[in-house]
Design a binder for this molecule. Sequence first.
Ligand SMILES: Nc1ncnc2c1ncn2[C@@H]1O[C@H](COP(=O)(O)OP(=O)(O)O)[C@@H](O)[C@H]1O
Ligand SMILES: [Mg+2]
Length: 585
Amino acid sequence: MLGQRLLPVGVLGGLSLLGGMIEASILALMANIAATMVLRGRAVVIDIGPLNLHMALRTALMAALAMTALRTALQLAIAWLPAHIAANVQAELRNELFDAFARASWSVKSLDKEGHFQELMTNQINQAVGAVMNVAAVISAGAMFLALVASAISLSAIAAAVVLASAIALFAAFRPLDRAGRNAARESSQAYIDQAGGISESVRLAEEAEVFGVTSAYRSRMAKLVAAARNASFHANLTLRIVSGVYQSAIYFIIVGGITGIYFAHAGNLASLGAVVLILVRASSYGQQLQGANHAIIQVMPYLDRLFGSIDRYRASAPNPEGSRLPEVQTIAFRRVSFSYRAGQPVLHDITFEVRGGETVGIIGPTGAGKSTLSQLLLRLREPDTGTYLLNGQAARAFATNDWHRKVAYVSQEPRLFTGSVADNIRFFREIEQADIERAARLAYIHDEIQKMPAGYATVIGQQADAVSGGQRQRICLARALAGQPRILVLDEATNALDLASEAAVQASLAGLRGSMTVFIIAHRLSLLRICDRVLVIEGGHVSAFGSLDELARTDHFYRRVASLVDTHTPPGSAEALTETLSPQ
Ligand SMILES: Nc1ncnc2c1ncn2[C@@H]1O[C@H](COP(=O)(O)OP(=O)(O)O)[C@@H](O)[C@H]1O
Ligand SMILES: [Mg+2]
């Protein structure tokens, strides 16, 4: 992070060293001027190491003024540099983290708790950037401290040595506090993550919390997380304050010790004694800054660990972008594929099937059977644990992920919009002509409704504010999937929020696409299955049947049971029969 910034960091150190030397000179000059004035002398005598100057009082005053002006200019540069570096590091860290996240595989991203990534991107990065400011503070305070102590040594070696040795001893004495600070920071980093998770969840549950009349329990759940974050942040801040407060007091003992040293050595005149005391007081304040910044860096480490740990975790999961381009689909096959989210608890086992390019395949089965998991494997959002996924007889893994994802489209069980125009939501960050967007919207049976919106395709919609109805959202997302003219289309219960008329229209569109792309339709409704060439039945993570509807009607007990539910409860062919779900209640 700072490694690539050796030049500005070096410049900062150099400027600070210079600033410290100038400050020491100003202080020595001031002490001498004061002593000269007290003793009613006319000339100021400066005797620092090899430097031995005589100058008129007036000249000395002018020199002090000039040096102060120079120091002010230096101070501006010293203030600009860390602010500049910190702002850049903050933006770079955000881009790096987001880049790693965006490239990471869904199987890793989906493990993150709600609100986790938002917290990393905002608060945890802000905390981590504090490290940059503090490294800059260590460099500049350290340089000033060294410059002042060096000047003090040339004035009174004994006093300065006492102060330096005591400062080092004090540094060592603070080690246990450093450890406590690091632990407190680790706790507060975790507490902030938990708090962010609670905030996101609370926002999502706000409607239900009100409807169920549980706002007081809802508030106290949040209050607990806030209290935990408060306690952790209190401990972290307390160690930080103790370090700087105790150091400040201790330093006076040290200065008194230094003066006592001078006393016993019977050394020094009034002017140099004054200069030494002035310089040491300033040096000690830089020492305090140094100690404080050092401790603050220690307290930032847990945030940096978490941040870089997350970046590494995301990076390690990034799918290999290398591979061949996706050809025309001839066959798609699973050979003995098994998959589990948690070790030892397989959700899909021994799945084997083969479909032809251009086929429309229905996937049915009870809730929790593994249909959505299967769709994620088809999309290559997740990899099989064992077995192989083949396309045209070649391992699907061999195809470049970028090209794959451009040509394999999907409507998820919970389609999501972002805040933007309808056209942008359909285009979804790809380069797609307006004509193709409208063609896809027609296929998804949403074009007429979009045209009736206040600004047509330019109407701004979103997931929450500016929301559209659930059925409209599903059809906009279907248009999104169709707009890229995919070769493979996976629909996971993509029409379950549609009314009968819309569903019939979408069904007709999908029937029209038959042969032009390979379509997998996970459906609960009988009506959609009528346009499928074959239907795959998944039960308990197994393929229990795969055949045409007629075959299933003869042989498959799951299909027959559900079809009989439809038959017994409603007259065949009625509107209700169409909406009856295939899922057993
Ligand atoms: N992200 C996940 N992590 C852990 N288990 C999951 C996850 N998603 C689904 N499951 C589990 O996998 C099983 C199959 O789920 P799913 O594929 O969603 O079924 P379906 O779509 O057929 O209803 C269920 O037992 C479910 O609890
Ligand atoms: Mg599902």
